[in-house]
Ligand binder design. Sequence first.
Ligand SMILES: Nc1ncnc2c1ncn2[C@@H]1O[C@H](COP(=O)(O)OP(=O)(O)OP(=O)(O)O)[C@@H](O)[C@H]1O
Ligand SMILES: [Mg+2]
Length: 253
Amino acid sequence: MIVLKIADLRKSYNGKMVLDGLNFEVPKGEALSIIGSNGAGKSTLIKCALFLTKPDSGSIDIFDSRVNSMSQLKLRKMRSNVGVVFQKHNLVPRLSVLSNVIHGSIGEANNKSILPLSAIGRWTHATAPNSIRSKAVNCLRMVGLEPLALKRADSLSGGQSQRVAIARALMQDPELIIADEPAASLDPIAGQQVMSLFFKLCKEKKITLLFTSHNTDQALDYADRIIALKNGNISLNEKTDALKSEDLISEYG
Ligand SMILES: Nc1ncnc2c1ncn2[C@@H]1O[C@H](COP(=O)(O)OP(=O)(O)OP(=O)(O)O)[C@@H](O)[C@H]1O
Ligand SMILES: [Mg+2]
């Protein structure tokens, strides 16, 4: 089964071509890394895939549905099945770790029309329904941070914060996780911990993972396949088993 299919995707900004006709597929359960130097178009690709940015042309299918032709409502539903993690974790600093994870249920709760979004956004660990709170505790356990549930988010290290962002994404029971440079602002050890957690969770839960990186060794260690972007095109699309660190560093490091 193909979870994400990109066909002939083109995107330019101010007349400058960034993505010049990309084609690739991501099968269910695969961990795929998109690599490329600064400005290669990694974030643009992620934004187009989620339709946060409209591509100039080409198609995007997620879970067999054409993203290009989705209504705003369908787009919201699609996004609520995709866990998204960015380089910056965007936690609410003054709220507890647990409250931040609880906010990961906003998309799902909104789909089920349980309450208006603004009401769910005000949920905290003290006011959220029991079922949501216990699910959030469970997600925190999966990232190894249950003991920190009641700490303020702004008291955590960068690596811990990014693990909370992963727990928040897990609240959506995602079938697909898309992460844009999730380890780029972390020190090397915290970065490895976060990437290895991603890889382990995705394999255990059969979640498909698409992450961008400009750390070629992390891509080799935590992806099944690597796609490299260069001059708007895919310059490499290979299983990691077939690749060597030296080759990638010399070309994309
Ligand atoms: N909103 C925008 N408006 C104009 N140009 C943009 C916009 N977003 C990206 N670009 C340009 O598109 C190109 C690709 O940018 P993008 O952020 O996708 O690269 P990247 O591979 O994610 O780089 P990095 O490794 O620095 O994150 C760059 O030249 C960038 O300046
Ligand atoms: Mg980027």
